[in-house]
Structures are given as structure tokens and as C-alpha cells.
Design a protein around this ligand. Structure first.
Ligand SMILES: NS(=O)(=O)c1ccc(-n2ccn(-c3ccc(F)cc3F)c2=O)cc1
Ligand SMILES: [Zn+2]
Length: 257
């Protein structure tokens, strides 16, 4: 039987010890500050660097070969080149919740995170993840609506990684297809990873425009399991989001008025 009880990890530290730039947060639109110096984001991804999908017991990660600067993110609030290493999602057991960030307390059914690391300053991800501003994560909200054609190739591969620690080869997927049409309007703030190690290394870039996926596509996310094949009790992979964290005086900047 599949319980959707709170997975122990998610009852983890509500606020990291001594953390004053933790994520996720609620984005108060009227409190965000327009910054005219913010540039447009210029992602440049090579689908040829896509390598595999891995169920790590928290989410499923679509991983990219980040040994060269083939898939990079520049511009926006970023001074350096950031290399794409993986993307993943957070979602709820119902369409009423699931996102990690909120906009004026509005919850979305799911949220995409595209994780990049500063390849000008560091030699590998493992180093960057421990450094202030070593990472840049793009967040995109998902809403239930029309089927997302580009996502379907990924949805079709998910049954192969149903259990924790399963991996399947996955190639030639262009992550740019998951970005909204308008990537010029975003919020950005200094934050952290939202699961352990919770390091305060992330420049967050949250897209104002959401993408749409169908109810059936999101239902396949919920068919994944937190648990490995050997465990007796299988736990549905749902509600894999962290509770919101105090802003602690941080400013959220917007690229739009
Ligand atoms: N949800 S999120 O803020 O985008 C997020 C949360 C956690 C991670 N995460 C968890 C473990 N790691 C990790 C993987 C490999 C490594 F060498 C070091 C790490 F911290 C990681 O990047 C990555 C991204
Ligand atoms: Zn995430």
C-alpha cells in the first residue's frame, strides 16, 4: 500500500541552525524592489549534454554533463558563467499545493528547479555548493492546464525510475523547452538549497510567468516512490517541498515594474 504520510526528511530542520538566508520564501510582490540594472537572462543549453534521470529519494533529477561549458546560464543578476548540472521538481499530493516558493502566499501545484554552478570561480559542483553565490537556481511555477508537449518525453521515462536509487539513461532533452515564453520578468534573491545540505549558496531566479502541464502529466510525478524496491512499505513521492523560511530582512529584486 502507498502511504503519503509526511516523509521523515520533510520534517527535517525547519530553519537551518544559524541560517539567515534560507529558502524557500514567500515573494511579497509589492515589497520587491525593481532593479533597472538586472539584465535579461541568457540561457544557452545543449541537449546533447543531457545524460540520465535519477530518483534520489527526494525528487527525480534530470542530470546534465557539466564537465564543459556547453549548457550555461548567464546574464540576469549573474556576473559569471553558471553551468547547468541538473533539474528537478517539487509537487504536492493534490493540485492545491506543491510549490516551494509562493507569490503573495499563492501556492502552485508544482515548481521546477534548474540547478547551475559558477564555472568561472569553481572547478566542480561539489566546491561551488559550499560557497556563497556558488549556485544559481531558476525556479518556474507549474499550473494545471494544457498538456506540455516537451515534458511528455520526460513523463514517459519516469516509470523506469519509480523507486529510490533507480537511474535510467535519458538523452537529447532540451531543458529550455521547460522555460516560460517570457524569461525577462523574474524575481531574484539570495537564498539556500531547500533540502540538505541547505547551504546558503544560491542566487535564486524565480520566473514570473508559469508553465502549464496537464493533470495526467503531474499524476505520473505522483506515481514515483520515495522508497527503494527492497522496502516493505512503499511511500508515494508527494509533498516533497520545504516549508517557507523567514526573510530575515532580505530584499527580493524584480527585473520588471
Ligand atoms: N531544491 S534545490 O534548492 O534546487 C536543491 C536542493 C538540494 C540540492 N542538493 C542536495 C545535495 N546536493 C549535492 C549533490 C552533490 C554534491 F557533491 C553535493 C551536494 F550538496 C545538492 O546539490 C540541490 C538543489
Ligand atoms: Zn528543488
Amino acid at each position: 500500500h502507498f502511504s503519503t504520510g509526511m516523509h521523515p526528511m520533510w520534517q527535517g530542520p525547519l530553519v537551518a541552525p544559524g541560517g539567515n538566508r534560507q529558502s524557500p520564501i514567500d515573494i511579497r510582490v509589492r515589497k520587491s524592489v525593481f532593479d533597472p540594472h538586472l539584465k535579461p537572462l541568457t540561457p544557452d543549453y545543449d541537449p546533447g549534454t543531457c545524460s540520465q534521470i535519477w530518483n534520489n529519494g527526494y525528487s527525480f533529477l534530470v542530470e546534465y554533463d557539466d564537465t564543459t561549458d556547453k549548457s550555461i546560464l548567464k546574464g540576469g543578476p549573474l556576473e559569471d558563467n553558471f553551468r547547468l548540472c541538473q533539474f528537478h521538481f517539487h509537487w504536492g499530493e493534490s493540485n492545491a499545493w506543491g510549490s516551494e516558493h509562493t507569490v503573495d502566499r499563492r501556492l502552485f501545484p508544482a515548481e521546477l528547479h534548474m540547478v547551475h554552478w559558477n564555472s568561472n570561480k569553481y572547478r566542480r559542483f561539489e566546491e561551488a555548493v559550499m560557497e556563497e553565490n556558488g549556485l544559481a537556481v531558476i525556479g518556474v511555477f507549474l499550473k494545471i492546464g494544457k498538456r506540455h508537449e516537451g515534458l511528455q518525453k520526460l513523463v514517459d521515462a519516469l516509470p523506469a525510475v519509480r523507486h529510490k536509487d533507480s537511474v535510467v539513461e535519458f538523452t537529447r532533452f532540451d531543458p529550455a523547452c521547460l522555460l516560460p515564453a517570457n524569461i525577462d520578468d523574474y524575481w531574484t534573491y539570495a537564498g539556500s538549497l531547500t533540502t540538505p545540505p541547505l547551504t546558503e549558496a544560491v542566487t535564486w531566479i524565480i520566473m514570473k510567468q508559469h508553465i502549464e502541464v496537464s493533470h495526467d502529466q503531474l499524476a505520473v510525478f505522483r506515481s514515483l516512490l520515495f522508497t527503494s524496491a527492497e522496502e516493505e512499505v512503499q511511500k508515494s513521492m508527494v509533498n516533497n517541498f520545504r516549508v517557507q523560511q523567514p526573510l530575515r530582512g532580505r530584499t527580493v529584486r524584480s527585473s520588471f515594474t
